[in-house]
Design a protein around this ligand. Structure first.
Ligand SMILES: C[S@@+](CC[C@H](N)C(=O)[O-])C[C@H]1O[C@@H](n2cnc3c(N)ncnc32)[C@H](O)[C@@H]1O
Ligand SMILES: [Mg+2]
Length: 361
């Protein structure tokens, strides 16, 4: 079946180029992409066997899944193409043409993405709209599949979280903050990741690669002691403040939950092992370098949160509340001192480099 998950369930980042657009507020994700550059370079240079994977054509197909509006996506694509080109030239092979597919939800602002494509790009560009939890491409047609900062978005909020009669009902919270709720979010991640890997395993040629970059927590860490979840809980408590001020109904906060999960390397590795169609070539995790937790840094971080979460939050509570809500959130984030609190695990990125292996091995 080509489309089993409705594309309507989507939470695109803020489009356009306004002050709260993703294009202008994604420098934290950009840092991750910059850190992954060297890893991509090393893996591609040491492991890509072009003669094997492009045996019948001189077209090399790349996709960036969850590309948003740029500009990080162009940088990631360039970080993949550069080592391939130098590899190819050094092997004295005939010229290769690159086809790059930019994938995101149908509602993504692809217009902004295509308007700002680098004019000196050395590839053909195309959009592939739709959820990456379904098939996106024909069988064995892709050589390199990439995704950064996107697979933390689940396909849906787990049902139990919204069920008042379930022990996992997420009253007063917008992300998991108890073991019961965490368990069902983890199960949803596991299920979604399984669907993602199965779809990609069909699409990627044998010997082709997949790179995944994600915000994450260290293996074994308690999510409630990690900065990545704490920044969302502060957004949840901002909403409760609004409920206490009578600006919205507490029941509206109860029924609002974000479909995001921050996995550990061990959790992601376990799904990949169970799937069995990819070999893990490399796993890295690092702490995001934070310059100095100054007020302006924290404000910038709050704008980044707004650019990614305003759409889904405004969809639930009404867009007219968003200026006040995110101003209040920014103040809370500054006052929390979270980024200088050493009792919290700092923000961590994780990088997985996978090779599609032969199903018959
Ligand atoms: C935080 S942005 C990351 C953008 C870019 N890759 C980067 O590193 O800056 C996450 C993107 O993933 C997209 N996304 C989330 N779930 C998706 C899904 N199931 N299928 C396709 N795109 C998805 C969102 O719409 C959003 O544009
Ligand atoms: Mg809730």
């Amino acid at each position: 079946m080509i489309n089993s998950i409705p594309s309507l369930i989507s939470f695109p980042m803020n489009g356009g180029e306004s002050p709260y657009s993703y294009a202008n507020n994604s420098c934290f994700q950009r840092r991750g992409t910059d850190s992954a550059k060297i890893l991509l370079h090393e893996e591609i240079t040491n492991k890509l066997e072009l003669k094997q994977i492009c045996s019948s054509s001189n077209v090399f197909n790349i996709v960036d899944m969850g590309c948003s509006v740029g500009p990080n996506s162009y940088i990631a694509v360039q970080n993949i193409i550069e080592p391939i080109v130098s590899n190819y030239q050094s092997q004295g092979l005939p010229s290769l043409e690159f086809q790059v597919f930019f994938n995101d939800h149908v509602a993504n602002d692809f217009g902004t993405l295509f308007k700002s494509l680098p004019c000196d790009k050395n590839y053909f560009a195309a959009a592939v709209p739709g959820t990456f939890y379904n098939r996106l491409f024909p069988k064995a047609s892709m050589h390199f599949m990439h995704s950064s900062y996107a697979l933390q978005w689940l396909s849906m909020v787990p049902n139990e979280v919204e069920d008042k009669n379930s022990p996992s009902w997420n009253k007063g919270k917008i992300l998991y903050d108890s073991k019961e709720v965490e368990k069902v979010y983890a199960a949803q991640f596991d299920k979604d990741m399984g669907s993602f890997l199965n779809a990609r395993a069909e699409e990627i040629v044998c010997g082709g690669f997949m790179a995944i970059l994600l915000p994450s927590i260290p293996t074994g860490a308690d999510p409630s002691k990690c900065t990545i979840t704490a920044i969302f809980h502060l957004l949840g408590s901002s909403l409760l403040d609004f409920a206490n001020m009578g600006l919205l109904d507490e029941a509206e906060v109860d029924s609002f939950n974000l479909p995001q999960y921050f996995a550990s390397p061990a959790e992601l590795e376990a799904v990949i092992e169970r799937n069995g169609r990819f070999k893990v070539e490399r796993i890295e995790q690092w702490v995001q370098p934070i310059p100095q937790a100054s007020k302006s840094f924290v404000e910038q971080f709050a704008s980044c949160m707004r650019s990614g979460n305003e759409g889904i939050t405004g969809g639930h509570f009404g867009s007219e509340l968003m200026d006040d809500l995110f101003n209040h959130y920014t103040k809370k984030l500054v006052d929390s001192g979270l980024f200088s609190d050493s009792s919290y695990v700092p923000l961590c990125d994780m990088f997985f480099f996978l090779r599609r292996i032969d199903d018959n091995i």
